[in-house]
Design a protein around this ligand. Structure first.
Ligand code: NAI
Length: 545
């Protein structure tokens, strides 16, 4: 018999919320629900933990009163509404129970079986699990249709995103009810099916994986990668800083669990560098040592000694020259037809993102108005001896050989070419020092520092973006979540400057496909295979939205 579910409106403030597990997440969720006006019943197998959680919420809310962001009356109501329990049985009046206990399937199942015997027939049951299948937890329940995932992000009162996760048996009307309830709680919910990593922990994998790989191949140093991802990519934190913050034990475990859950798909392959950090106990900020070292107050100090900074020795000695005057013009050269891998539809070649850059050259008179208005696609900027192009996923040396351009210098993608102040640069092995200096000078004239990297295929930001867009597209194609919800999840769950689908679309889906195809050809690995959706859109010119 199907569990009876009549009330479909979002939960009203008079609904009782149960929270089981009063650790970091449980306490945060209890705070969110109490601030939304609910009575919150907090249970932990360790009774002291519930009382401690209430105290920590009280401290946090007191700070808000001091800052004037909430009133003393609101504080009093919230605190009065949080009721630590002595036994699970006291949850019988709850309308929604959110579990945030230890991350073990069998323990979660045994809790929910016990809750089914205690709670009302219409009570909704939810898990805050970050990695266990919602379908699997529900399989032990008598009424699996009222069970869903409600995945908050840490710290729950601060992070807006909540993934509302449906297992195979979950009732879609209850999913909608939870979604609407999250909205009332001031959260930003997204709907997703239960799949390993759900949205965020799946789509975000390349953010860490590509940075780790570039470092492992000695393409760039830890600080260089973090700096470029923040300045050119406009990510709030660099991948190494973020891994240090999350903790390598946690981040490595998530990567390993996603890798195994997708039957060891090479896309999700964990990194040996991160594994060795876990083995050494260099777990990141909480251990005062990870990729970086930290002082007692958690302030970042420097790169840890075992991660000495790399640098391209040949290029480090070169600098922008002062001898060039803005009177030298930049030539815009068209797409080369010589050689290269088979290129997918090139009608929106990287010209589009670069166009934003050339308006900066136009402002200082290096590119004329007529060049700017010219609709003919261009690929290269020629200045002095330098021929500069945006990465297309090949190394500069490979492209230089195939297109017979000796002095080829490739630049990385920027989130906003109109604002960017530093860009990654890779140089063909055939480039002269003069050409490299010319490129540095050219960009210095528009206040951009070119950071010399090894000859990395796809450079740093573009390669990460291509892989993020690819995973997001695959998630969308499989009907796990909508394009809009995927982008919202990545912006509100991990603070990306733009959703990877909207960003990929902005630079051109065919361009993203081209970069992925070249990366796959370069490495000969399945890891870089493009999603069918990306392939299709790159041919039809359609977009994700
Ligand atoms: P935590 O270790 O801080 O707290 C867990 C609490 O659950 C402890 O107080 C423990 O005494 C209690 N507990 C354990 N087994 C219990 C049981 N059978 N019955 C009642 N209480 C029990 O853990 P945290 O970080 O709060 O994580 C909780 C859940 O939230 C996990 O499923 C985790 O994967 C998930 N999660 C964690 C995030 C994080 O960043 N910490 C983010 C999103 C989800």
């Amino acid at each position: 018999m199907k569990h009876q579910v009549e009330n479909r409106a979002s939960l009203k403030p008079d609904a009782h919320i149960g929270v089981v597990g009063a650790g970091a997440m449980g306490a945060g969720i209890a705070q969110v629900a109490s601030q939304a006006g609910h009575k919150v019943f907090l249970y932990d197998q360790n009774e002291e933990a519930s009382f401690r959680a209430k105290e920590s919420i009280s401290l946090l809310l007191n700070k808000k009163v001091a800052k004037g962001t909430i009133t003393r009356e609101h504080y009093d109501t919230c605190i009065a509404n949080i009721i630590p329990l002595h036994s699970l049985d006291e949850l019988k009046s709850a309308d929604l129970i959110i579990e945030a206990i230890v991350e073990t399937l069998e323990i979660k199942q045994s809790l929910f079986r016990a809750l089914e015997l205690i709670c009302k027939p219409e009570c909704i049951l939810a898990s805050n699990t970050s990695s266990i299948s919602i379908t699997a937890i529900a399989s032990c329940l008598k009424y699996p249709e009222r069970f869903l995932g409600l995945h908050f992000f840490n710290p729950a009162p601060v992070m807006p995103l909540v993934e509302v996760i449906s297992g195979l048996a979950s009732d879609q009307l209850i999913a909608k009810q939870l979604y609407d309830t999250c909205l009332l709680w001031g959260k930003t919910p997204v709907k997703t099916k239960s799949t390993p990593g759900f949205i965020v922990n799946r789509v975000a994998r390349p953010f860490y994986a590509e940075a780790l790989r570039i470092y492992e191949e000695q393409g760039a140093g830890i600080q260089q990668i973090d700096r470029l991802m923040k300045t050119a990519g406009q990510f709030r934190m660099g991948p190494f800083e973020l891994m240090d913050l999350i903790g390598h034990d946690v981040n490595y475990a998530v990567t390993l669990s996603v890798f195994n859950a997708y039957y060891q798909d090479p896309k999700f392959k964990p990194s040996l560098t991160q594994k060795s950090l876990v083995e050494a106990g260099f777990l990141g900020k909480k251990a005062a040592r990870g990729f970086y070292t930290y002082d007692d107050s958690g302030q970042k100090l420097n790169t840890a000694s075992n991660f000495s900074e790399l640098g391209n020795e040949k290029l480090c000695v070169l600098n922008a020259s002062d001898s060039y005057k803005t009177s030298s013009q930049v030539e815009l050269l068209p797409v080369s037809n010589r050689g290269g891998h088979s290129q997918p539809n090139v009608k929106n070649q990287p010209a589009h993102p670069l166009k934003r850059l050339i308006t900066r050259f136009n402002k200082i008179g290096l590119i004329s108005e007529s060049q700017l208005q010219n609709e003919i696609p261009f690929t290269y900027l020629k200045y002095g001896e330098a021929v500069v192009a945006l990465t297309d996923g090949r190394t500069a040396t490979e492209r230089s050989a195939l297109e017979a351009i000796d002095n080829l210098i490739l630049i990385d993608m920027a989130f906003d070419f109109e604002q960017v102040t530093s860009l990654g640069m890779s140089v063909s092995a055939f480039s002269s020092n003069q050409a490299i200096q010319d490129a540095m000078t050219l960009f210095k004239l528009i206040e951009i520092d070119l950071i010399a990297l090894e000859d990395i295929p796809g450079l740093i930001v573009m390669r990460t973006l291509a892989m993020l867009t690819n995973e997001a597209a695959q998630t969308c194609m499989q009907g796990i979540a909508s394009a809009k919800d995927i982008d919202i999840a990545m912006c509100y769950g991990v603070n990306y400057p733009q959703g990877p689908l909207a960003w990929g679309q902005r630079v051109g889906v065919d361009y993203v496909f081209q970069v992925l195809s070249h990366l796959q050809a370069h490495y000969g690995e399945e890891r870089y295979r493009a999603s069918s959706l990306i392939k299709r859109l790159s041919l039809t010119g359609e977009t994700f939205y």
